[in-house]
Ligand binder design. Structure first.
Ligand code: GUN
Length: 295
């Protein structure tokens, strides 16, 4: 069994990006500038956004954090989105999800300039991705594909079972795994809350991607020998014995599943760090495109 060490690969990718930033600087060109919009004080979102901004600083990107109060109106947020679209200094930005309930998420995501949409959530980018055209690919599924590629995991012709059909992970990873390409060409089954017998399907899977957010959902008896296991779940479980008051766990019961898996991602240290690395990769791409267009 091999652990797919996302933390290590993400650090390698960040080093590669930092080297490119060095070259950009030496040519006297602008370095990539990522902005992050956070509305409210959701604990997990604060952690993710903080981590994204710190990573930018580490690799030599410029970064801007726009932290708005929980009671920000939809109109105020749309104004900020418009400001970021028009700000020549910003190469790409993300609006951290979830947004407070009084704000229409779709309306906000539609307002983001697709050329600055480094999360790849705008329908223009999502549609291009689905049609094999160049686009910004959502960071988490992009990170999973990159992890499989860097570990040389065989995907072609395999049966991949994806658990969860979210717009951020399940749906896009099902598209990417089924696309043509050396580390793709899988046969994909996308399962969700209305799927009749998930266990019957996971038992047939060569690759399982679980993006459900239910701790310990996938157990050893649901997995066949030699399966590749990608755990996208990141759930905070309250725990008084921990300094932070919680611990982080995934969808996979690591103890029982790792005994059967050929490859498995840990939580933490698997898919999570890859998400940040690929967001930075998308931001670098945004900057390169803008440099090409003299912007
Ligand atoms: N919330 C959970 N994952 C993500 C992500 O990748 N991007 C944004 N913007 N919000 C998220």
């Amino acid at each position: 069994m091999t652990i797919l060490n996302g933390k290590e690969i993400a650090n390698k990718i960040k080093d590669e990006i930092a080297a490119e930033v060095g070259e950009i600087k030496s040519r006297g060109e602008k370095v990539p500038h990522l902005a992050a919009v956070l509305v409210g004080n959701d604990g997990a979102s604060l952690t993710y956004v903080g981590s994204k901004v710190r990573s930018c600083n580490r690799i030599g990107f410029e970064s801007t954090l726009k932290h708005l109060p929980e009671d920000t109106s939809e109109e105020e947020l749309l104004d900020l989105v418009s400001e970021l679209n028009n700000d020549p200094e910003i190469d790409g930005y993300i609006v951290q999800l979830p947004l407070p309930k009084h704000i229409d998420e779709q309306k906000v995501l539609l307002a983001v300039d697709p050329d600055k949409d480094v999360d790849g959530f705008h329908p223009a980018n999502f549609g291009k991705m689905a049609l094999d055209m160049e686009s910004f690919i959502p960071a988490t599924p992009f990170g999973i594909m990159e992890l499989l590629r860097r570990y040389n995991v065989e995907v072609e012709g395999k049966h991949a079972v994806v658990i969860g059909r979210s717009h951020i992970v399940g749906r896009p990873i099902s598209i990417l795994l089924s696309q043509k390409g050396k580390f793709a060409n899988a046969t994909v089954t996308l399962t969700h809350s209305r799927t009749k017998d998930i266990k019957a399907l996971t038992l047939q899977a060569d690759i399982i991607v679980s993006a459900l957010g239910v701790p310990g959902f996938l157990t050893g008896d649901m997995v066949r020998d030699g399966a590749v296991i990608i755990d996208v779940g990141i759930t905070r479980v309250p725990d008084e014995s921990k300094e932070r008051g919680y611990y982080i766990t995934g969808d996979v019961d690591f103890e029982s599943v790792s005994k059967k898996a050929s490859y498995i991602t840990p939580v933490p240290g698997g898919v999570g760090p890859m998400t940040i690395a690929m967001l930075l990769q998308n931001t670098l791409l945004a900057r390169k495109r803008r440099t090409q267009n003299n912007r």
